[in-house]
Design a binder for this molecule. Sequence first.
Ligand code: ATP
Ligand code: MG
Length: 368
Amino acid sequence: MRLDSVRIENFRNYSDVYCAFDPGVNLILGENAQGKTNLLEAIHYLAMGKAFRTRKEAELIRFGAEFAQLEGLITGQERQHTLKTVLFSGRKSRQLYLNGVKKKTHAEVNGILTTILFCPEDLMILKSGSSVRRRFLDHGLGILRPRYDTALAEYTRILESKSKILRDRFQEPSLLQILPDYSRRLCQVGAILISYRARYLQALGEEATRFHQAFSGGRETLEIPYRTVSTITDPFAPVQVLEDQLLAHLASHERAELESAQCLTGPHKDDFDAALDGLSLKSFGSQGQTRTAAISLKLAQRELAQRELGEEPVLLLDDVLSELDPGRQDFVLNQIRSGQVFITCCEPERLTRLGKRIRIHGGTISEE
Ligand code: ATP
Ligand code: MG
C-alpha cells in the first residue's frame, strides 16, 4: 500500500498544503520546528485515526482554526481510495469518509492505510518504563487484530470506572456493592488481552531474534519473554483458565486495592523483558545493544504486519537515522528498501541519493 498524495488543511502548523509522494523513499527535509514531524503526524493520524504525540485531538487543529481536514489518495490492493478525516475544535465529533462515504468509526477503514512509526523514543523502548512497551505492543497488535483494539478499549473503560469507584467509595460507601461486577468484567476482558499478547510476543520474538542476529553478526541472541500477572501459569492457556487465574490474583489483592484506592492487578501492568544471551538488557545492556535490540523489535513489528496484512505498511521514520551511528543507519536503510517510507531529517548528507526530497519550511511544502 502507498500514500500517493495528501492535502492538509489547518492541521498543526499547516494552513493548506498539498503534496504528492514517491512510492518508494520520501525524504522530508527542513530545519527544526518547521513541520517535519507534523507532516508524519498528519499521515499517521489519517491512517490510524490516532495521534502519536498527544491524546488531545484539539491540539492537532491549527491554533485559531475551527476545523482541520486531512485527505489522502491511497493505492492498496490494486485499487485507489480516498480517505478523509475532519476534526472540529468544539464539541462536534470527528468525521471520517472513505471514497466519499461517511463512516462511523475508524475500525471501518482499518487496513486501507496502515503506518508504522519509528521515532527516537522507540530506541529507548527497552530502557523506559513499562507503559512505553505496552503502547508498543498495543499498537502492533491493533494493526493486526481489530478485535484486540475493541477489547483494549473496553478494558480501559472498565479500568477507569473501577478506579473511580475505588476513589469515590469513601464518600459513597454504597458503591462497594457494584465493585465485584467491575472486577469480574475486568478479568474477563483482561484474559482476552493476555491471550493475544502472549501470541503476538511469541511471533514478534522470533522475528526480532532473526533481525538482531543479523545485526550482531550472529553473536547475540535476543529473547523477549512476556511478563504478566503472577498467577498466570501459561498465557497460552484457554481464556477461561486465564480469567480464573486473574480472579485468584485479584482476590489476594482485594484489601490492598481498597486501601490504596487503586487497581493493582491486571494486564494494565503487563510488560515484557528483553534479554541478550540470558542477560537482561534493562540492567546490563550497553547503549548500542539496547538500540540494536529496539531496532530489531521495530523491524520485526513491520515484518509481522507485512506478512499478515499481505501488504507492506507505510513506514514513518522520524529523526531516527540521525540518532544512529553509520553502521546502524546502513542496516536500517538496507532493511527498509521495499515499500513506501517517509524519513524526516535535518542533515541529509548521507541520504542524498535516496528517493524524493520534500522541503518543509514554516508549514509550507516544496519539492526539490
Ligand atoms: P524538529 O526538527 O525540531 O523535530 P519539526 O520540523 O519536526 O522540528 P514539528 O514538530 O513538525 O517540527 O513542528 C513544530 C512546530 O509546529 C512548532 O513550532 C509548534 O509551535 C507548531 N505547532 C504545533 N501544534 C500546532 C498547532 N496546533 N497550531 C499551530 N502550530 C502548531
Ligand atoms: Mg521533528
